[in-house]
Design a protein around this ligand. Structure first.
Ligand code: SAM
Length: 288
């Protein structure tokens, strides 16, 4: 393969096709071969794997994935990149399918059925940062068969996925990620490794999907509505934020009672609760 993971080759391709970066698509292409190799290694990709890559760009990481995986399905929104991928950078690979679509509009279950007979895939991506959270939530909430998700995100967002109560980064994303998967930051990446350079540092985080969530809860939907309410108004008490939420219908009294049953004060804030406490609260309120 003609390695694209360096500034010279990337510039050559961009100039050859007169490609102009589109800021609205979060285009920051990787130009560091060592980072690329490490991502593919940490993702643990082998010939038995089918990989879903979100946003292949000019195909820099896709080449590494094609070399290591059985099959690669790459979903790219920018139609200007498709001819580059198909006719040039990925032309030598017969194990790649390139799809010109918005990942947020795709039915992931259908895609995995069609491309991998419904067997679990591994997601690997240098994500467009403007839609990191919606993409992660979609991958989890669709309950599509996905084993692991190894993604480059803003360092700050990677931190948010890992932390627990008592830190300012703790929020709805932390709880959602930790309900569905075990998060592990595998590398911090500086802006110089991209073209153009982003303003912030990045990190690669690996999310390994749990077969069974670490917390059992009767109504997952209710738990996540409670979590969203708690962090939408994180400076308010949990009683007020739940009571004010248009998605929920609980009286202050019932919320105070539920918290009391859990040994928590009526003035506690949502940011103090662990995932298992949110699960318990959801079960108590759900019974009422
Ligand atoms: N994988 C390439 C690399 O590492 O050099 C490019 C990564 S770049 C950060 C993000 C890529 O995602 C861009 O190619 C962008 O066009 C694409 N993208 C942005 N929004 C998308 C969406 N909604 N669906 C699919 N691809 C998207």
């Amino acid at each position: 393969m003609a390695e694209l993971g360096n500034p010279k080759k990337t510039t050559e391709i961009l100039q050859k096709y007169g490609f102009a970066f589109q800021k609205k698509y979060g285009q920051n292409f990787l130009i560091d071969g060592n980072v690329l190799k490490k991502i593919v290694k940490e993702a643990g990709i082998g010939k038995d794997d089918t990989v879903l890559e979100i946003g292949p760009g000019i195909g820099t990481m896709t080449q590494y994935l094609c070399e290591n995986a059985g099959k690669v399905v790459a979903v790219e929104i920018d139609k200007n990149l498709i001819p580059i991928l198909k006719n040039d950078t990925l032309a030598e690979y017969s194990n790649v399918t390139i799809i010109n679509q918005d990942i947020l509009k795709i039915d992931i279950n259908k895609l995995v059925n069609e491309e991998n007979g419904g067997r679990p895939v591994k997601v690997v991506a240098n994500l467009p940062y403007y839609i990191t959270t919606p993409i992660i939530m979609k991958l989890f909430e669709s309950h599509a068969p996905v084993d692991t998700i190894t993604i480059m995100v803003q360092k700050e967002v990677a931190d948010r996925m890992q932390v627990g109560p008592g830190t300012k980064d703790y929020g709805a994303l932390s709880l959602a990620v930790q309900y569905y998967a075990k998060p592990e930051i595998v590398m911090v990446v500086s802006p110089e490794c991209f073209m153009p350079r982003p303003k912030v540092s990045s990190a690669v985080i690996k999310l390994t999907r749990y077969e069974n969530p670490p917390v059992s809860v009767s109504d997952e939907g209710l738990m996540f509505r409670l979590i969203r309410a708690a962090f939408n108004q994180r400076r308010k008490t949990l009683v007020n934020s739940i009571n004010n939420s248009p998605d929920l219908n609980f009286t202050k009294e019932s919320i105070v009672n539920a918290l009391e049953k859990m040994g928590l004060s009526g003035t506690v804030r949502g940011e103090a609760l662990t995932l298992s406490q949110f699960g318990r609260l959801s079960d108590i309120l759900g019974e009422q």
